[in-house]
Design a binder for this molecule. Structure first.
Ligand code: ADP
Ligand code: MG
Length: 327
């Protein structure tokens, strides 16, 4: 049976910054994650990935939308009820160098959630700390050491152990390996795969690296300026990417098979922050090598199905729907 563990509907976060400029950091995002699967969230820096991740356990309050966790709308829960849900939804942060308190030992870092939420102490606490350390590949003698005594990869193991110690169901991994050396990245990703099998975990994996997505994920969404531009099963996204943004990103993935290199050599015209979107038409149009004057610059494309479970927001992918321009 495939059960949906998490569904977000029309999730939106609008920030008003000092100059009264409004940033739609996450804009009308909808997707769902099947239990025990890995869902990828891909996009450049600034595309809204971390904001979206932090809204799920309500570390950031959404401006609008719905978050359904095991069919329960989290936005209708009290703060007390949310505290219980947050034990099931844990986040592993990107930077193991700053996300761990440097004054706490490994034993304290892993044991703290058990002491706070389970009032655990003594021999049972020690047993669970050591069991969790073993599970993530840390040795018993590491328990008395401080984070600065470890390499980046080992520090991320500590972060993962701390996130897992309350036995969550959903792990949100916000760029868990992007601060690590390439050789260490693979070890941490393989550990995550093993843990998922062993513990029946569901992952929301955030990354800007399509190689990581391909290796880890069952489905993925590509986020561009806060909006999903393409969403679907991994093998469809890699075999037949439909959005020019996805196509451009795929050209930057070094480890893909020769078939993938046959994609049109789409090149992005500039980076995310050097091209401003006017707010009219397709948000990707200012950088899109395939844009057509007309619909692309005047009508915002909607995320609509291309096949049964592959959605794309691009006028060029849906020629029957648009390209006549505005009514
Ligand atoms: P990512 O994780 O993909 O790099 P973020 O979610 O961190 O993206 O940021 C998305 C957008 O929201 C960026 O333009 C960022 O500057 C803006 N943003 C993030 N947090 C805040 C905040 N607290 N106040 C105002 N703007 C913010
Ligand atoms: Mg981020």
């Amino acid at each position: 049976m495939t059960e949906i563990l998490l569904e977000v509907r029309n999730l939106t976060k609008v920030y008003a910054d000092r100059g009264k400029q409004v940033v739609r950091a996450v804009d009308d995002v909808s997707f769902s994650i099947i239990e025990k699967s890995t869902y990828g969230l891909v996009g450049e820096s600034g595309s809204g990935k971390s904001t979206l991740a932090r809204m799920i356990p309500r570390l950031i309050e959404p401006t609008s939308g719905e978050i359904l966790y095991r069919s329960q709308n989290l936005l209708s829960l009290s703060e007390k009820q949310m505290r219980a849900v947050r034990q099931e939804i844990q986040i592993v942060f990107q930077n193991p160098f700053s996300s761990l308190n440097p004054r706490m030992t490994v034993r304290q870092l892993i044991g703290e959630p058990l002491q706070i939420h389970r009032k655990m102490r003594g021999a049972e606490l020690e047993r669970q700390i050591l069991e969790m350390m073993d599970l993530v590949g840390l040795k018993p003698e590491h328990a008395n050491r401080f984070p600065h005594e470890f390499s980046g990869g080992q520090r991320q193991r500590i972060g993962i152990a701390r996130a897992l110690v309350l036995h969550p169901k959903l792990l949100i991994l916000d760029e868990p390996t992007s601060a690590l050396d390439v050789s260490v990245q693979a070890q941490v990703l393989n550990l995550l795969i093993e843990l998922q099998k062993h513990l029946g975990l569901t992952y929301l994996l955030i990354t800007h690296d399509l190689g990581v997505v391909r290796y880890m994920c069952d489905r993925a969404a590509l986020l561009y300026l806060g909006k999903i531009v393409e969403e679907g099963p991994i093998e469809q996204i890699f075999r037949a990417p439909a959005h020019p943004y996805t196509q451009a990103l795929l050209n930057d993935v070094p480890s893909i098979d020769p078939d993938q290199r046959m994609l049109d050599q789409v090149q992005l015209e500039a980076d995310l922050f050097s091209v401003r979107w006017s707010g009219i038409g397709c948000r990707f149009a200012p950088r899109c090598p395939a844009k057509q004057i007309g619909a692309c610059t005047t009508v915002e494309p909607q995320l609509v199905p291309l096949t049964k479970n592959h959605r794309v927001a691009c006028h060029l992918a849906h020629p029957h729907l648009a390209l006549e321009g505005p009514p």
